[in-house]
Design a protein around this ligand. Sequence first.
Ligand SMILES: C[S@@+](CC[C@H](N)C(=O)[O-])C[C@H]1O[C@@H](n2cnc3c(N)ncnc32)[C@H](O)[C@@H]1O
Length: 236
Amino acid sequence: MITAHTKFDFTSMAAEYDRCNHLFSLGIDHLWRKKLVRAVYPYPHQRILDLCTGTGDVVYSFLKHSPVQNITGADISESMIDLAQKKQIRFSGKRWLNNKNVVWRMADAAQTGLDMESFDIVTCAFGIRNIPNRTAALSEIHRILKLKGKLCILEFSLPANPLLRFPYNFYLNRIMPLLGKWVIGDKEPLRYLAQSIGGWHTEVDFSNELAGAGFKLIRKTSLTGGVVTLWLAVKN
Ligand SMILES: C[S@@+](CC[C@H](N)C(=O)[O-])C[C@H]1O[C@@H](n2cnc3c(N)ncnc32)[C@H](O)[C@@H]1O
């Protein structure tokens, strides 16, 4: 049963996911995904896997902002994959989608069923925090990546500067759940977001986890004052 391996079932808010994402990040989420694409900048022939792909925005960012030809988007939620596919239909006719090989599949990041050493690049944006068995997911990513293959992770974090952290925490914990109630009629998804970001930031030493899974950290970059962190690592 693959739906057991997630901390929050995004199926319940799939239809509203994009709207919330763009609204609550004030539209900056597109720039964060573009930074991820630039960080791994692929050659046209390289094979890319985007895990926890959701509605596919990282996949579409690669197609728009890089020469990649082959890309797979995988997610544990069927509803999210459906939306990603519907977007592809909406985008058909766009020049950046011409002659590109895009594959969508339902898969648990901790057990993808994909072939060993079959990808040059694996990415995961705002997903790793939601996977309960991160050790298994990192070891699975290590298995499916080719030697020296790149792993790039984007995840929410908290600003180091207290002058930014205090207002950001207030926005995250107080304002966002209220906006959630107003926009999608439910505070819960935004409460989960705030709690999971706080827990992830304070309790997880992700650089160390990457090393433990056999990755060499190339760089860790804070984006937008530390609201988001980008990790770039290679398979040793
Ligand atoms: C916050 S969304 C991020 C979506 C997308 N990457 C983006 O940039 O907007 C997290 C996604 O991770 C997926 N997810 C959670 N646990 C997962 C797992 N164990 N394996 C694969 N996908 C998972 C959820 O279904 C959801 O679509």
